[in-house]
Write a protein that binds this ligand. Structure first.
Ligand SMILES: CC(C)(COP(=O)(O)OP(=O)(O)OC[C@H]1O[C@@H](n2cnc3c(N)ncnc32)[C@H](O)[C@@H]1OP(=O)(O)O)[C@@H](O)C(=O)NCCC(=O)NCCS
Length: 147
């Protein structure tokens, strides 16, 4: 299967005046793309933060799962920043890069970008987080990462 690319996000941007143009993360991989639906909204009509956190957890697990070559568990979310609200219909792209590989754990940095207003495209960095995943064995205990 061909890896998805960031071509759409690399097109010239026309951000709203109050928003800095998003700079794509260097050395990061696109691991998930998803669009929130009305069922994912909070009482304000923005997307529920817990829904975004779940997507970040899923996206963050992609590279550690490849490295661990087996079962993993999220052990820590050491930083989670909601920089901008997410709206229904935003196309969210999740980029991840591995920041640490330990004996049993892998830490990744995840950045989330929203593409909105297709007629006059804006790309906004909405969220970023650091997550650590541990390779676990059949008993749920940490196991050494394969070499
Ligand atoms: C993941 C789990 C098996 C780890 O067991 P543990 O006995 O705490 O593991 P250890 O103390 O031996 O640490 C294992 C690795 O995790 C890392 N780690 C542990 N706590 C951490 C933290 N707060 N932040 C970052 N890394 C951490 C350790 O540094 C170690 O990495 P290394 O071997 O690469 O150096 C256990 O904590 C667990 O089952 N947690 C629940 C997981 C889960 O249900 N996740 C979903 C949450 S909804």
């Amino acid at each position: 299967m061909t890896e998805p690319t960031a071509i759409a996000l690399a097109q010239p941007l026309n951000p709203a005046p109050q928003m800095a143009p998003a700079a794509l993360p260097t050395g990061a991989q696109l691991v998930l793309r998803v669009m929130p639906m009305p069922a994912d909204a909070n009482a304000n009509g923005d997307v529920f933060g817990g829904w975004i956190m779940a997507q970040v957890d899923l996206a963050g697990a992609v590279l550690p799962a490849r490295i661990a070559k087996g079962r993993i568990a999220t052990v820590a979310v050491n930083q989670f920043i909601f920089k901008q609200p997410v709206s229904i219909g935003d196309l969210l792209s999740f980029y991840a890069n591995v920041t640490r590989v330990g004996r049993t754990s892998v830490t990744v940095h995840v950045e989330v970008y929203a593409e909105r207003n297709p007629a006059e495209l804006q790309v906004v960095k909405v969220t970023e987080a650091n997550l650590t995943y541990v390779a676990i064995d059949g008993q749920g205990q940490p196991r050494a990462l394969p070499t």
